[in-house]
Design a protein around this ligand. Sequence first.
Ligand code: NAD
Length: 368
Amino acid sequence: MTSNDTSRNFERIDSGPLFGHSSFDEHEQIIFFSDKDTGLKAIIGIHNSVLGPALGGVRMMNYANENEALNDVLRLSRGMTFKSAITGLNLGGGKAVIIGDPKTQKTPELIKRFAECVHSLGGHYITTEDVGTTPQDMDLIRKHTPYVAGISESNGGTGNPAPISAFGVFMGMKAAAKFKFDNDVLEDKVVFVQGIGQVGEALIENLMNEGAKVTISDINKERMAKVAAKYGVTIYDGDDIFSEPMDIYAPCALGATINDDSISRMKASIIAGSANNQLQNEARHGKLLQDKGILYAPDFLINAGGLINVYAELENYDKQEVMRKTENIYNTTLETLKRAKAEGIGTNLAAMNLAKERIATRKLERSN
Ligand code: NAD
């Protein structure tokens, strides 16, 4: 074989369906499982296991096609690596997807088969709940493998992570306020919470206790009315939230709300919310925010409270320790923001660099 032939081979690999996939980023393992009897079609992605076993939820969704499912598992498992690393947990990043409608195709047999797939990896991947799966599914999985967290409270689990996630977001928001306004008290700060589900509502409670001026928006009007009455917050029912004057924008519904369009209109000084993957394009929109002087508290850093809570199940630590670790999101956020400023880079990139350094240090320690 000539050297030209070799380079052609590499080219072919680079443009292939997995190693050449736009979301592939040096993932260690991607494992495909299928089972004719139960209809299970699952993919488990282990992005990086340097810091520990790869933990991440199993998402069951009616994906339009196989590529959409693969893209999700590649993207989400990578995200878990950086979330665990920056939070200081001894966990790697993993994720699983099951292709199918959870409402019509999720059977106990299918979940059992999935549990056996997880078990076959010998603890290299630990599963937990995500969109389309529940603590009850995790209880069933636990019957077939110990490599699961997020089981229901009645079975010894740590319970609903949303209030802990919200507390972490609140800590990250306060750290961002400290950095931006030199004062972390949010009293009288105008905060827009977009998405008032489980995390959004718990965040509102924290904000109201501190005297913030909260406005809420959600597609669920009934829920908005209920939450507004309960906490005395203002409802936003316009269709241009980003043009509204505000101190802090807290995205707690969907990802990708920070994009060319929203940034061009954005009046907020700080962005700090729970939604995953808030930046539509990490590099581009991280830089645009930096240029515009909008301080972004990286999502994967400040929404890690739920992960800390689940991790407690594996490490047998108590609620107090969960709260202490979650409170520490304040310090990590401040450290990240200071570093971004010192290096003249976007805050998301600074957070990624911190996470990557922790992984690189551990790798070095292991090889010595
Ligand atoms: P949830 O489903 O309880 O709440 C989401 C809310 O967003 C709902 O009230 C929904 O009506 C609203 N919503 C949906 N589309 C909207 C839109 N276009 N505009 C405004 N509102 C909209 O979810 P949750 O558990 O509160 O999680 C919220 C976000 O935080 C999600 O992105 C989730 O991935 C992320 N997150 C959650 C946790 C956790 O512990 N639950 C942890 C980390 C990250």
